[in-house]
Design a protein around this ligand. Structure first.
Ligand code: LHQ
Length: 293
């Protein structure tokens, strides 16, 4: 499905068609048949839109593979300098499609296999991508949907959005990195209360607790999120990637180890073309033109 929307082109995500030089669509490769994730490229931003609105963008296998393909493209395509993840319709994502994982479907359920095959690779891709990932939570984010939003680098949410650790309602534990991220972001007391009660958390509170960056008016969400992603896409991508790596490494490092890592990554950043451009532009009293290298 191709939807022409102003200058943007939405298409199913996949390693199928390359977008080059702004909005031109270049055909080639194997076309993914899935329209469960729409992909649009503009000014360095790869926008990935979860697109099963009648199911509140719950994840089935097809949507997993399509989203993974989108993030893999973000890894390999140098033209992509930021990712914007959002959802179509009134929800961001209701987590796993429970119809797809019906325990009466035959055999003993092996949810560990589902996690290993679909969720963990996705979470590793998001965290491991050395480019900024902005998430615009346009509506309810439940279960894995909430924890995927919390795993992105900068998460904005519509004021009407809510986050639900829905796992407890169906006898599961939080996944998609939730048991790692939640206590780090909000502390153990709130992490336990959120996950054991499965009470919805509104966007304002999520922001005030440090789970997300900001709650914004519903009508302004997409413009604000895109403007932020575009600003980041015009930035020093290499430096951003190294910053992300350093901040994430801090969770498992001692202070001394982190100082050593900062030394090593700063050495690398200092060799980037964008560092040279940043300093030159400062001395020339002009705006830098970062190339992402
Ligand atoms: C859905 C879903 C959904 C299918 C709404 N599935 N259809 C990992 C590994 C393997 C297995 C298990 O899980 C995991 C990780 C997880 O993510 S576990 C957590 C799974 N998610 C949930 O338990 C949330 C279930 N959904 C809800 O509690 C509600 O739908 C929320 C609170 C998200 C939204 O409530 P409402 O705004 O009242 O909407 P609704 O319930 O009416 O949903 C709208 C439609 O979406 C409806 O379909 P219908 O045909 O009746 O209109 C729902 O059935 C469908 N839908 N979530 N996860």
């Amino acid at each position: 499905m191709l939807i022409l929307r102003g200058a943007m082109i939405d298409r199913p995500a996949g390693p199928c068609k390359a977008f080059k030089g702004g909005n031109q669509l270049v055909q080639g490769g194997n076309m993914s048949a899935s329209d469960t994730v729409l992909s649009a490229f503009e000014t360095g931003v790869l926008r990935l839109t979860l697109n099963r609105p009648d199911k509140l963008n719950a994840f089935n296998e097809e949507m997993h593979l399509a989203l993974r393909a989108g993030f893999e493209r973000a890894h390999s395509d140098d033209d992509v300098r930021a990712v914007l993840l959002t959802g179509a319709g009134r929800g961001f994502s209701a987590g796993q499609d429970l119809g797809d994982r019906d325990p009466h479907g035959g055999g003993t359920p092996n949810l560990g296999h589902t996690i290993e095959t679909f969720y963990n690779p996705l979470l590793r891709l998001i965290r491991g991508l050395e480019k900024p990932v902005v998430c615009a939570v346009n509506g309810v984010a439940a279960g894995a949907g909430a924890n995927i939003a919390f795993a992105c680098d900068i998460t904005l949410a519509a004021r009407s959005a809510r986050f639900i650790q829905a796992f407890a309602k169906i006898g599961l534990i939080p996944d998609s990195g939730g048991t790692w991220n939640l206590p780090r972001l909000v502390g153990e007391a709130r992490a336990k209360a959120l996950t054991l009660t499965a009470e919805p958390l509104d966007a304002e509170t999520a922001a005030s607790w440090g789970l997300i960056w900001r709650a914004v008016d519903d009508a302004a969400l997409m413009d604000e999120a895109f403007a932020l992603a575009a600003r980041l896409a015009a930035g020093p991508t290499r430096g951003f990637g190294l910053t992300k790596r350093a901040i994430q490494a801090a969770a498992t490092h001692s202070f001394d180890e982190q100082l050593d890592l900062e030394r090593d990554l700063q050495r690398e950043a200092g060799r980037s073309a964008d560092y040279a451009e940043g300093v030159t532009a400062f001395l020339d009293k002009r705006k830098p033109e970062f190339k992402g290298r």
